[in-house]
Design a protein around this ligand. Structure first.
Ligand SMILES: Nc1ncnc2c1ncn2[C@@H]1O[C@H](COP(=O)(O)OP(=O)(O)OP(=O)(O)O)[C@@H](O)[C@H]1O
Ligand SMILES: O=C(O)[C@H](O)COP(=O)(O)O
Length: 377
């Protein structure tokens, strides 16, 4: 991958920097600015080399130019972090001059998600060089992170390079044992990742609602648990192929509804009684998983162990998060909900690498080629 050093002298030159500032936003308030902060090293490095920055980013999935998808709150936050004002260009024909300028949501342009070469030409006309630091969007081939990279001297930013290096390191040369912790809601979203880990990991710990298709495949009762029907066959295949490598919970914490006020029932075993739903892994599971994590050379964690947003069902995810935080081995966490869980427990600084990518990190682990990365090679 080409790096910032390959761009040569940047003094006075305008660099188009694609970033992933797709942050949670509600009523104009940013819920978590981690993705903005993660781009700062690249921005500081480019500024230090005398470059003028033109930032490009997407926000959400606008259909038209709906104002709630404006990057204005993001530009304001970036201005605070860089201690400068960051004007927002309303469109590509009205880009103000300045040391740090931001384009409006690139998805306001109809050609963006079509990887339109004509739109890419318009982006390229605005700059002398291109840097892609948008790791979280690297699994997309869009005009601002793919087509444009062919048209300017281009390179990977520091964040994108570190993400790729770290995640590929897990695939290619992990310290063993490699322990994969996979949780979250849907097994079908993560089947590719589980299949990849069947080849590469030494142990796969499964948690979250995605354990129920596994239990169903084994003939257990799942009660009213969130259980994806289309996930049952894939889960059966993973169990058959994985043998002892695949570990499932041995106890559960259940409720009557997905609510913090529901009566809580501990179940020692994995048959969920009628009328109850499994909402967390139980203490024996949490302890067993924590012991495996403690002995790991490398840990990759994606997806919570339960409905961690609800206090009564947070302990399983908290125990795993604490074990990951304390582990001596290399620890890599990918995915928005696992990152949110780490933050909820105040442990985000305790892992080796907290990926800014959800889909992008999973696709990389699956061994897929990411268009936004390939184009920089
Ligand atoms: N047993 C359960 N029952 C119901 N919901 C659950 C259960 N376990 C986890 N969840 C929910 O699953 C959601 C997370 O699932 P998801 O698959 O989106 O995780 P993720 O991989 O971290 O997501 P992303 O890829 O967006 O980062 C959480 O909101 C959590 O409440
Ligand atoms: O949040 C993400 O995963 C990335 O910013 C990509 O967003 P997208 O799924 O809307 O393309």
């Amino acid at each position: 991958m080409r790096t910032l050093d390959d761009l040569g002298d940047l003094e006075g030159r305008r660099v188009l920097v694609r970033v992933d500032f797709n942050v949670p936003l509600k009523d104009g308030v940013i819920g978590d600015d981690a993705r903005i902060r993660a781009a700062l090293p690249t921005l500081h490095e480019l500024q230090g080399r005398g470059a003028r920055l033109l930032l490009a980013a997407h926000l959400g999935r606008p259909k038209d130019r709906e104002p709630e998808f404006s990057l204005a709150p993001v530009a304001r936050r970036l201005g605070e972090l860089l201690d400068t004002s960051v004007p927002l260009a309303p469109d590509l024909d009205h880009v103000p001059d300045g040391d740090v300028v931001m384009l409006e949501n690139v998805r306001y342009e109809p050609g963006e998600t079509k990887d339109d070469p004509a739109l890419a030409q318009r982006y390229a006309a605005l700059a002398d060089a291109y840097v892609d630091d948008a790791f979280g969007a690297a699994h997309r081939a869009h005009a601002s992170n793919h087509a444009v990279a062919h048209l300017l001297p281009s390179a990977a930013g520091l964040l994108l390079a570190r993400e790729v290096r770290t995640l590929q390191g897990i695939l290619e040369a992990p310290q063993r044992p490699l322990v994969a912790i996979v949780g979250g809601a849907k097994v079908t979203d993560k089947i590719g990742v589980l299949e990849a880990f069947l080849d590469t990991a030494d142990v796969i710990l499964i948690g979250g609602a995605m354990c129920f298709p596994f239990f169903k495949a084994q003939g257990h009762a799942v009660g009213s648990s969130l259980c994806e029907e289309e996930g049952v066959e894939p889960a059966r295949r993973v169990l058959e192929a994985g043998g002892d490598k695949v570990r499932l919970p041995v106890d559960l914490v259940c409720g009557e509804a997905f609510s913090a006020d529901t009566p809580v029932t501990a179940v020692d075993g994995v048959d969920v009684p009628d009328g109850l739903m499994g909402l967390d892994v139980g203490p024996r599971t949490a302890q067993a998983y924590a012991e495996v994590v403690a002995g790991a050379g490398t840990v990759f964690w994606n997806g919570p162990m339960g409905a961690f947003e609800l206090e009564p069902f947070a302990p399983g995810t908290r125990a795993v998060a604490e074990a990951v935080a304390q582990a001596q081995g290399t620890t890599v966490v990918g995915g928005g909900d696992s990152a949110a869980a780490l933050r909820q427990f105040g442990l985000e600084a305790e892992v080796t690498h907290l990926s800014t990518g959800g889909g992008a990190s999973l696709e990389l682990i699956e061994g897929k080629t990411l268009p936004g990365v390939e184009v920089l090679s």
